[in-house]
Design a binder for this molecule. Sequence first.
Ligand code: KG4
Ligand code: ZN
Length: 352
Amino acid sequence: MNDTFLMLGIESSCDETAAAIVAADGTILSSEVASQMDIHAAHGGVVPEIAARAHLDAIDMVIDAALTTAGVGIDAIDGVAATGGPGLIGGVVVGTVTAKAIATARGIPYYAVNHLEGHALSPRLVAPVPFPYLLLLVSGGHTQLLAVHAPGAYERYGTTMDDAAGEAFDKSAKIMGLGYPGGPAIERLAAAGDVTRVRLPRPLKGADHCHFSFSGLKTAVATRHAALADADDDAEPADLAASLQAAIADCLADRARRAMNRFATTHGASILVIAGGVAANRAIFTRLEGEATEAGFDLVVPPAWLCTDNAAMIAWAALERRQDPDGLDFAPRPRWPLDPDAAPPPGRGVRA
Ligand code: KG4
Ligand code: ZN
């Protein structure tokens, strides 16, 4: 295998336009991210049409920046990978078309990468994490528990029946007038709060499966937030923020514990990886760390820049199956489950 093979990765499935150059031996030559956070903050969330236009505006510049930082020209690139889904289709199309154009012009292989696979394999880019391991992916778009067996081989233990954990933070923050993104704002406010003043539900805690549900929490936050203004309510917004954070941490810990028990039955205790923006939350990290230790698992959290959306993880996922490129007829997929055979959660709709 040629370790100097250079992969250009492109990510554009949500609100970050990113490009990275990673060598086959895992050396990260560059990883550039242009965030649309300021553009979407005014709307309290990501607006798909605005996101697609912003990706189109930024993508050339971001790829240029990745090449410049890496100190190489486009002629040095040996393969090009772009997120092919799941995600907001306008953004995915921008990244896919760009990658196909580069692959065609240069005559190099093209890889359509599943965004979730990017997150799932990301810990292996920075540490020797052996297969199989258990992954808790907690972002603004996804909340999933996956057994990661090998590139392309995933077993989904659980997913959310409604909102993602990050969405629970974002929607609650919007209700409380804290702005977007909600997670960091809630975490800051929660630091001054008392978790005993506001009681919030723990949806699905103790359920005999590994799925999640967070939409009830957001509704409870709305009800409780409206009551804060009442003269006889002595709770403060900080107390509500602290209770919300504790409730989300409790739900994640309970579901992760169940998944670790299931994983250990077949494979023995191993490694629990947490990825996604919500992994940046200190209270959640500490709660999951305790849970993993009790279950005999080691906890691995990739560095924050690799946990949130980036293109290095997309380049790496392609490098893990370098000999197996995709055809230029690949069509972007708004939904693309990692484990198509996974049992759907009980109740309402399923997220990819
Ligand atoms: O992985 P990510 O950067 O983007 C995707 O959603 O793909 O995750 C963003 C999510 C947002 O919902 C944000 O509120 C949440 O991660 N988040 C946090 C924290 N930092 C980011 N949630 C809780 N605590 C944080 N410190
Ligand atoms: Zn993501």
